[in-house]
Ligand binder design. Sequence first.
Ligand code: ZN
Length: 158
Amino acid sequence: MVTEKRATGTQTATGPLSILTCASCGKKNRIRAKDRGTPHCGTCGAALPWLVTATDDTFEAEARSSVAVLVDLWAPWCGPCRFVAPILEDLSREYAGRLKVVKVNVDENPRLAQALSAQSIPTMVVLRDGRVVDRIVGAMPKPDLAARLLPNLLNRSS
Ligand SMILES: [Zn+2]
């Protein structure tokens, strides 16, 4: 049996790449994961909605962030996950510069699903500085989810 060698070397040097669409001018920006600061539109300078897709291989780099990270553990066959998806897109726009949404397909990334103890989906894990600060199991309406997230979106005083 041949073990596939994954080309992760270039990714650790530069970080995984995502295409983020500016909510202000519609420009598509190519943004790499970075652990300091937040992404801004190269054309108009607006804070970009930060919603990316991570895999078992890129998760560690994507989860390192100076703002709150909401990890959305989902699967295509899960109805409540489809309910939550547009809500998370809205929140990433409304809280641009304060929130990063990292989507993880649990079917394709079983290692991560296990590491984050996703026993049922949707499960949303909120991270600050790489530590789990909240865990939301099951779908909820947007106002409830926003209220639940808000305490973790505040800028730290120190
Ligand atoms: Zn823009």
